[in-house]
Write a protein that binds this ligand. Structure first.
Ligand code: CP3
Length: 353
């Protein structure tokens, strides 16, 4: 049995902000904070395949801790993994190709292909390595900062499973939505169940906040989002809250490009709503109301600017969001060619506010 009695949490800013409580400083973390912009990550990555790192709890833990060791101003760790471990758990092959990204060589082509997925999924059996990495990392963090768990949301996962990788248009996956709406919903329901089970297990294993990435929301628009994304996002928060019961783990929904759906996302059972850099923080606040915590949203490219400009841009962001009900972050994942020192400047500016 895994040892689930964890060291006491010394920095609870992130969790306090997620619950809408007062904080001494604005909590901050960075999407993709463990990744290729860090030389220590590239060094380890040169020795191991991407999914080998994900599947080896000691390696996933080591990579998760890298940014925490480098930057004293980070207020959270996020477990090192990928959203595409779910298609893998459903029996699909996923490869991570350098300078290409994820590739699924046998994508779903027709609705009949849904029956080829190995479903139901026993997530402990198929993804137990993630839970092991979470539990190990909770111990190694020694209570320094909380640990975030995550999953992709159903529409985003469906997109990769049909496109066979990233896409500029998502036209193959959207083709399904228009030609086979009922079969699309069947696939989205399968994914919803697996994602919910997976997040419940992450919570039980020690994840202290759970973020759901709907990274491909930008391709949908209001009508498709209402039909093919929102109901599943909502069902996930319901199932996870039911599954975790008394163990209350706050949840974040980050639907990239879903500026048109902020009101409904604020009513979908998540404590935190993440926004990308195209959204005006003051407009977002008007849409989500006072009871939701907002997360975001500096343009990841702002980290290319000089130190003074970056400081000014970060302060503008802080002034637009205010200190209450707010978690600072970028508006999407950090890019691999950012200088790590710029991250330090960003984090320091947030904590000086
Ligand atoms: O944030 C973290 O530090 C935790 C780790 C994390 C990764 N992927 C590691 C990763 C998280 C939270 C993800 C989520 C993820 N993965 C998303 C949702 C967030 C988003 O960016 O919208 C998506 C869409 C994926 C799928 C994925 N994985 C893509 C499209 C790519 C290629 C793009 C790229 O940055 O190369 C990946 C690869 C990936 N995932 C890397 C890392 C560190 C780089 C791969 C490598 O080392 O070769």
């Amino acid at each position: 049995m895994a040892d689930l009695s964890f060291p006491v949490l010394k920095n609870d800013r992130l969790l306090r902000a997620a619950r809408g409580e007062n904080v001494d400083k604005v909590p901050v973390w960075i999407m993709r904070q463990a990744g290729r912009y860090l030389p220590e990550f590239r060094e380890l990555r040169s020795k191991f395949d991407f999914f080998t790192i994900c599947q080896t709890p000691e390696l996933a833990c080591e990579v998760t801790l890298q940014p925490i060791q480098r930057f004293t101003d980070l207020d959270a760790a996020i477990i090192f993994s990928d959203i595409l471990v779910i298609p893998q758990a459903l029996g699909m092959v996923v490869e991570m190709k350098p300078s290409v990204g994820p590739v699924l060589p046998q994508p779903l082509v027709k609705p009949e292909d849904i029956s080829k997925l190995s479903y139901p999924v026993n997530v402990q059996e198929k993804l137990g390595y993630v839970m092991k990495a979470i539990t190990l990392t909770r111990h190694k963090l020694d209570g320094r900062v909380p640990l975030i768990g995550f999953s992709g949301a159903p529409w985003t996962l469906m997109g990769y499973m049909i496109e066979g990788g990233g896409s500029k248009t998502m036209s193959k996956a959207k083709h399904w939505l228009y030609e086979y709406p009922e079969k699309s919903k069947e696939l989205l329901s399968i994914l919803t169940k697996v994602v919910a089970d997976y997040l419940v297990e992450q919570g039980k294993a020690g994840a202290q906040l759970l973020q759901v990435f709907e990274s491909s929301a930008e391709y949908l628009g209001p009508e498709l989002f209402k039909q093919f994304a929102l109901p599943y996002i909502r069902e996930i928060s319901e199932l996870v809250k039911k599954g975790l019961g008394e163990k209350k783990v706050p949840m974040t929904i980050f639907a990239k490009g879903a500026h048109y759906a902020l009101e409904s996302l604020a009513n979908s059972g998540y404590e935190v709503v993440g926004i990308d850099w195209t959204v005006d923080p003051r407009e977002a606040r008007k849409k989500v109301g006072q009871n939701i915590t907002l997360q975001g949203n500096l343009d990841p490219c702002a980290l290319y600017s000089d130190e003074k400009t970056l400081t000014n841009l970060s302060n503008d962001m802080l002034n637009s969001f205010g200190k209450q009900n707010y978690i600072a972050n970028l508006g999407h994942g950090i890019y691999p060619d950012v200088e790590p020192d710029k991250v330090g400047v960003f984090l320091k500016t947030i904590h000086s506010f």
